[in-house]
Design a protein around this ligand. Structure first.
Ligand code: AKG
Ligand code: FE2
Length: 504
């Protein structure tokens, strides 16, 4: 991920000329940026220690901000005395009368620089402050109001967004604000419980009558699904009633679906997690209803003879809802990729990020830039997704998955995305995402449905069951590395060799 460092004029010029070889700051350079290319964002000369850049900026509209080149920080030292500081004056070029000069009242760090290079600016439009003077490129996704799902304008807005990025926000006049808030509240309270209480709601804590691998219940931060330090609690069809089973083959297949006494959803007890079940079931119903509306819209966008076909294929769906939580306590223990690059095995995914009580919203979610071009120097491969702007209506973030890309024969995009460690742990103390993976009936055959071919990929027809088994089974094969398993998982959106070569 590219990062930019604000440097007030004239320092960037001195760095690029090679005269300034130590950058001085009141804080250390984040460890994992050492050795990496850092773009220099030059802002006009101003007051020492006061940023001249707003927290979010469109560089195309700003006449006084310029990306002028890049540099690498090779090491970071804390000056322990004025003598040590003075001895480096020829390298940091900070004279005693400067506002950036030595002070014994605050820590002063020297960032040792190397390889400065003036360069044409990379194709970045919008940037957002991520940590202190560091900025990252961000992409704002539009919010589409779907109050009238029959409206051609709504279809056009969704289609435009899905032909390029496949991420958008949706809102409507009866947006279920209270349901969303309640789901976030019970999720936050659940993850705040101690580990042993949460562990009581795991699959492994229950008596299994068969080999079902239905991924439900609590999974801690060391489980295969949460290798990046997250915790999660998941459910599939919390409305399922064993006394009146749904008719699809999925519910008759004990390999994939739990039967009593191996509970279909291991709920936390109402004593430890009051209101959890009611709020989560209501949330599931709300996002499932949204999913159905969107499938109706996509049936029209794809100009299917029967616009209700996608809904019919998903009537007895086996969609899961994952409640995920991440807390950073110590930067050193957080892997670079909290969730590696992937495109979901869904028709569409509905996301809601907690933004209350200092939670960090969409922070750390990055998408593979649809405008990335390996032939363009410094083309950006990854960009962060921006939160909805302040004052925007409440919305869900929706992303298309690989099933929709297949249905559309490549016209609608399932974009690779990932959740990455923040520039500094202070950026993110708590992150909570509710992720609803909308899929089809277990026995639905997944084939391109669009009349026009928009891709050369040969999609061989597979049932939802075979499709997921082929892409998830590899994660359970000890001879396959995690990176290789992800390459297989994503093989329809990126050739495995290219996946392995991705900038990770
Ligand atoms: O946590 C997020 O923001 C995204 C999660 C995600 O991409 C997934 O679970 O598939
Ligand atoms: Fe995802």
């Amino acid at each position: 991920m590219d990062v930019l460092l604000e440097t007030q004029a004239p320092w960037a010029e001195f760095i690029l000329a090679g005269t300034k070889t130590i950058e001085t700051r009141r804080y250390p350079c984040p460890d994992h940026l050492i050795g990496r290319k850092i773009w220099l964002l030059e802002s006009p000369a101003g007051t020492a220690g006061t940023s001249a850049v707003p927290n979010s900026v469109d560089l195309m509209e700003s006449s006084d901000l310029r990306v002028v080149g890049f540099v690498t920080v090779t090491a970071c030292v804390l000056y322990s005395s004025q003598e040590q500081w003075d001895a480096d004056v020829a390298k940091h070029c900070v004279t005693p009368e400067s506002g950036y000069s030595w002070s014994s009242d605050v820590p002063v760090y020297g960032w040792i620089l190397s390889d400065p290079q003036a360069a044409l600016p990379p194709p970045i439009t919008t940037i957002a402050r991520s940590y202190r003077s560091f900025f990252i490129p961000v992409l704002h996704v539009p919010t589409v109001d779907i109050t009238d799902p029959e409206s051609p304008d709504v279809h056009a807005a969704i289609c435009a967004q899905c032909k390029t990025l496949g991420f958008l926000r949706v809102t409507w006049n009866a947006f279920p604000v209270d349901v969303v808030r309640a789901a976030h509240d019970v999720t936050r309270a659940f993850f705040a419980l101690d580990d042993s209480t949460k562990a009581a709601a795991t699959k492994s804590a229950t008596a299994k009558t068969n080999d079902s691998f239905c991924s439900t219940g609590f999974r801690g931060n060391t489980s295969a699904y949460n290798t990046g330090g997250r915790e999660s609690w998941s459910c599939v069809r919390p409305d399922f009633d064993p006394a009146a089973p749904l008719l699809s083959a999925y519910y008759r297949n004990p390999l994939h679906f739990a039967v009593a006494p191996d509970p279909q959803v291991p709920w936390p007890s109402p004593e430890t997690a009051p209101g959890f079940r009611v709020a989560v079931t209501a949330y599931y119903a709300a996002v499932e209803a949204l999913g159905r509306v969107l499938l109706g819209i996509f049936g029209r966008i794809l100009e299917l003879d029967d616009p209700g076909l996608l809904q019919a294929l998903s009537k007895d769906h086996t969609s899961s809802l994952n409640l995920t939580s991440l807390r950073l306590r110590d930067e050193a223990t957080v892997p670079e990729a909290i969730l590696p690059a992937h495109a979901d095995l869904t028709s569409l995914t509905v996301l809601s990020h907690d933004e209350s009580d200092g939670a960090s919203g969409t922070a750390c979610l990055q998408v593979r830039n649809p405008a990335y071009d390996p032939l363009v120097p410094h083309s950006l491969q990854w960009v962060a997704l921006a939160d909805a702007p302040p004052g925007a209506p409440p919305s869900f973030l929706v992303n298309l998955g690989q099933i929709m890309e297949r249905w559309s024969h490549g016209a609608l995009k399932a974009t690779l995305h990932r959740v990455m460690r923040p520039l500094h742990p202070s950026v993110l103390r708590r992150r909570q995402a509710l992720v609803f993976f909308f899929v089809t009936n277990y026995d639905a055959v997944l084939v391109p449905l669009a009349k026009h071919k928009n891709s050369t990929i040969m999609y061989s027809p597979e049932t939802m069951a075979a499709y997921t088994a082929a892409r998830l089974g590899v994660f359970h094969d000890p001879s396959v590395s995690l990176a290789e398993a992800y390459a297989m998982y994503n093989k329809d959106v990126l050739a495995p060799a290219e996946y392995m070569a991705l900038d990770k």
